[in-house]
Design a protein around this ligand. Structure first.
Ligand code: HEM
Length: 147
């Protein structure tokens, strides 16, 4: 119950500025694992990582990611209602060549973004609350890899 309040409270401001926060998250992700950039076929069109991160296709994906997080935050009381959507989303990511191991780095990048954006408000309980929600989302998405 406390988890939900922490998540909702912190998302209130972040959620209003999805793209810049998503860019922080994905810049971090590509720092942790530069090879992930190659899974976006548009990446061949950019000369540098910075270039990629400002291209419309990447911003589009960043927006999609943030909208999924937004949906999870809005459905904290009934996350299972997102199951079919998330399972399908997992399947799509398997199809584009993402491996479930990458979700560890995605999680770290999410926390990194929260830390950068929230400053003092980024506390241990808040971090744990987000991790708990993230691990539920990832668990469902990962079922998309199971045969
Ligand atoms: C689609 C890559 C993580 C949400 C895609 C596509 C690629 C991709 C290549 C297809 C092209 C496109 O729509 O831009 C990745 C990589 C990730 C990652 C490399 C990190 C390892 C995530 C996460 C979420 C997400 C964490 C949300 C929780 C979406 C959505 C779509 C998408 C909503 C559109 C699916 C559709 O077409 O129905 N992703 N993704 N992605 N991704 Fe990701």
């Amino acid at each position: 119950v406390k988890d939900k309040e922490l998540i909702r409270g912190s998302w209130e401001s972040l959620g209003k500025n999805k793209v810049p926060h998503g860019v922080i998250m994905f810049s971090r992700l590509f720092e942790l694992d530069p090879a992930l950039l190659n899974l976006f076929h548009y990446s061949t069109n950019c000369d540098s990582k910075q270039d990629c991160l400002s291209s419309p296709e990447f911003l589009d994906h960043v927006t999609k990611v943030m909208l999924v997080i937004d949906a999870a935050v809005s459905h904290l009381d009934d996350l299972h209602s997102l199951e079919d959507f998330l399972l399908n989303l997992g399947r799509k990511h398997q199809a584009v060549g993402v491996s479930t191991q990458s979700f560890t780095e995605v999680g770290e990048s999410l926390l990194y973004m929260l830390q950068c954006s929230l400053g003092q408000a980024y506390t241990a309980p808040l971090r744990q609350a987000w991790l708990n929600m993230y691990s539920i989302v990832v668990a469902v998405m990962s079922r998309g890899w199971a045969k």
